[in-house]
Design a protein around this ligand. Structure first.
Ligand code: CA
Length: 101
């Protein structure tokens, strides 16, 4: 095994992963995930947790600027909240993300 997954979970680590997932599912290269793209991405994010989030609800909840899609920051917040449901303490990281503006 390599050194990919160290013990310290930081916001930048989460952002790296969420940006990778976003880029993978951003089929039209817009830099944000539309509803159908969010559906596919969420399946990957939630795969390990065996959970399911209705995509329409997730979009509504995390689309903070009402653009109809999730940009990097919005998607990162979604990922953080998925982790939170999985039992990870993400409060500090969410505050850090919000502070970035
Ligand atoms: Ca948006």
């Amino acid at each position: 095994m390599g050194n990919c997954c160290g013990p310290v979970l930081t916001l930048s680590r989460v952002k790296t992963v969420s940006n990778q997932i976003l880029a993978k599912y951003d089929k039209d290269g817009s830099g944000a995930l539309h509803k159908t793209e969010v559906t596919a991405a969420l399946k990957e994010v939630l795969g390990g947790l065996g959970g399911w989030v209705p995509t329409g609800m997730a979009l509504k909840q995390y689309d903070e600027d009402g653009s109809g899609d999730l940009d990097k920051k919005e998607f990162t917040k979604l990922v953080l909240n998925v982790m939170k449901k999985g039992g990870v303490n993400v409060e500090a990281m969410i505050e850090e993300l919000d502070a970035e503006g």
